[in-house]
Design a protein around this ligand. Structure first.
Ligand SMILES: Nc1ncnc2c1ncn2[C@@H]1O[C@H](COP(=O)(O)OP(=O)(O)OP(=O)(O)O)[C@@H](O)[C@H]1O
Length: 585
């Protein structure tokens, strides 16, 4: 139960509702049991009529009618209270489930990129959905049934002991056995349903992947093999489901068997006590059979609830594991900082934790506000890493990274990121309209601002070409943009909020040179007063920059303007010659 203590704050938050639920449950159980003594009383009067102790039939009728009305009344009240009980306990559990999901989601958002690299997306999703759902079963049904079981058992036992104490003792003997057997059965059911769930998620992942990759499957003619793999998985899933059903099938027979045993005990021992005169009236037997039946479900619930609590404990442990992860990148202060935009790397080195790859070694350069720096280098030379460090997606290991002369980890993180327009290498667009994808960079952007940003990114004409224009939905349910169109929407998103620092990571690689030229011209105007870093493999993107640095294996090997570099032996000159040749061919 140690892990479940995390939820105590939520119980505290909803304490009044839970307390009301408790009172309602006790009242519901008391009203719910009242029909039993009334049935007992009715049996007695019928017996007295048969024995001739009551001769007037209208007395019998009146008494029976009175009892029936009371039974209907108390049962209706109990039913209504049971409805209210569910409304409080289950509703509170849904509220806590919602709060917990939000807590986990917010925490996920605070965690750094390293956390996402160490953990698989499926695992993150499972903990926020499956595990939270299991915890909800503890918060709702488990607590509700525990309260019901406790109150029912106490109320029923009080009624039983009042009627016949010794018979009560004999009758309750099989009940702990029932609770224990149901517990064992619930554990077995849980184990098998976990396997069923695992198969189901394998099957889901496989199906999803094969539909996403349908183009590859078809072009390689892999349909028969995919079919075989699917059949194998679904056969496994069917077998595991059958295993589960076999165990589940024991549940009700076991309950019926144990109720039957208790009933036999009531009739046998109660019957003997009536014969020996220890119990006076037959109504005790009738009432006891009803009491035993009333006790059975709550007692069985003890076993079921125990297994629910165990599952919730395991799930909460997994949730707590992530909740206890500390974000590596934190905001150093709450006051906002004005960002002017100058960036300086002083002997910066950086090694990725997970791969141990040293992506940058002693890198130094400075870009002032209004300047453009181009970063050129072979793949894997560390270009993107420079941009990620400026966005503080990672913290540097050695050296100093200064923003406006201040160490980056002393600058307000929100201010820093709000002032950066970052276009990543793999433009990621959400399954939403083009308008909203662009507005993502500035949520309150006007239509005019959206169009201007799209025009500057040279994508406005393309968007107009779609029948729904800016309302065109992208992604799974919408159209798929070409690589170049995606890159340009992504540029529009970065420039719309007019940030002080613009970081372009090889984001014109998928557009033709003509469009590249057009975008660069537009950007030239926009970035006049900004600090701009352009990472590229193309000389055409770099040639107009104020300064160009060449990276090789994490080291700055050359630095200078386009004119200087094309006359200096090295990677830039070779690349220039090669790309010039390609253009001429
Ligand atoms: N998230 C990461 N985790 C671990 N290692 C990484 C990560 N990103 C990059 N690396 C490694 O760091 C090195 C530098 O990568 P980086 O992405 O900065 O290169 P790049 O010059 O931008 O390459 P490209 O031109 O192909 O985009 C590479 O060896 C790469 O494998």
């Amino acid at each position: 139960m140690k892990n479940l203590q995390h939820l105590n704050k939520y119980f505290y938050k909803y304490k009044w509702k839970l307390l009301i639920g408790l009172v309602i449950t006790i009242a519901a159980r008391i009203f719910g049991i009242y029909y039993i003594p009334l049935i007992g009383k009715s049996t007695v009067i019928i017996e007295q009529y048969i024995n001739g102790e009551v001769t007037n039939v209208s007395v019998l009728k009146d008494e029976l009618l009175y009892n029936i009305l009371l039974i209907v009344g108390t049962t209706l009240i109990s039913a209504f209270l049971t409805f209210l009980m569910r409304q409080t306990f289950i509703v509170v559990s849904r509220h806590i489930e919602y709060d917990l999901k939000n807590e986990v989601y917010r925490h996920y958002q605070d965690l750094s990129l390293n956390f996402y690299k160490k953990n698989r997306t499926g695992d993150l999703m499972n903990r926020i959905s499956e595990d939270v759902s299991k915890v909800r079963l503890y918060l709702g049904p488990a607590i509700m049934y525990s309260v019901t079981t406790f109150t029912s058992t106490v109320v029923v036992l009080i009624f039983m002991i009042q009627a016949a104490p010794l018979l009560t003792l004999y009758t309750v003997i099989p009940l702990p056995i029932l609770a224990f057997s149901i517990y064992k059965l619930s554990v077995a059911i849980h184990k098998r349903s976990t396997v069923v769930q695992q198969y189901l998620s394998k099957l889901n992942t496989f199906t999803q992947e094969s539909f996403s990759g349908i183009a590859v499957i078809k072009s390689y003619g892999l349909e028969p093999q995919t079919n075989n793999n699917f059949t194998e998985l679904s056969n496994g899933s069917r077998d595991k489901n059958i295993d589960l059903v076999k165990v589940q099938a024991f549940f009700f027979p076991l309950m019926i068997l144990l109720i039957g045993i208790s009933n036999i005990i009531v009739i046998y021992i109660g019957g003997r006590q009536i014969i020996s005169g220890k119990i006076e009236n037959i109504d005790v037997l009738v009432e006891f059979i009803l009491y035993v039946n009333m006790l059975t479900w709550p007692v069985a619930a003890i076993g079921w609830v125990t297994s629910l609590v165990q599952q919730a404990e395991a799930s909460q442990e997994r949730i707590n594991e992530f909740l206890s992860e500390k974000p590596e990148i934190t905001n150093p202060k709450t006051e906002q900082d004005a960002i002017n935009g100058s960036i300086e790397f002083k002997n910066v080195s950086f090694t990725y934790d997970d791969t141990n790859i040293t992506a940058l070694k002693n890198v130094s350069f400075k870009v002032e506000k209004g300047e453009t720096l181009a970063v050129i280098g072979k793949t894997g030379s560390g270009k993107s890493t420079i941009l990620e460090l400026i966005g503080r997606l990672y913290d540097i290991d050695q050296g100093e990274l200064l923003i406006d002369g201040r160490k980056i980890d002393t600058v307000n993180l929100e201010s820093l990121r709000e002032n950066i327009g970052y276009v990543p290498q793999d433009a990621f667009l959400f399954s939403d309209s083009i308008r909203n994808n662009i507005k993502f960079g500035k949520t309150d952007a006007s239509e005019e601002e959206i169009i201007t940003a799209a025009k500057n990114a040279s994508v406005h004409k393309n968007i107009q070409g779609f029948s729904k224009g800016y309302d065109t939905v992208l992604g799974e349910r919408g159209i798929t943009l070409s690589g170049g169109q995606k890159q340009r929407v992504s540029i529009a998103r970065a420039i719309i909020h007019d940030p002080e620092i613009l970081l372009f990571d090889d984001c014109l690689s998928a557009v033709d040179t003509e469009t590249e030229e057009e975008i660069l011209n537009n950007l030239f105007e926009i970035t006049k007063e900004k600090t701009t870093i352009i990472v590229s493999h193309r000389i055409s993107s770099a040639k107009n920059a104020d300064r160009i640095i060449i990276l090789e294996d994490g080291l700055v090997v050359q630095e200078g303007s386009h004119e200087q570099l094309i006359t200096t032996e090295g990677y830039y000159k070779e690349l220039y010659a090669k790309q010039l040749n390609e253009k001429e061919m």
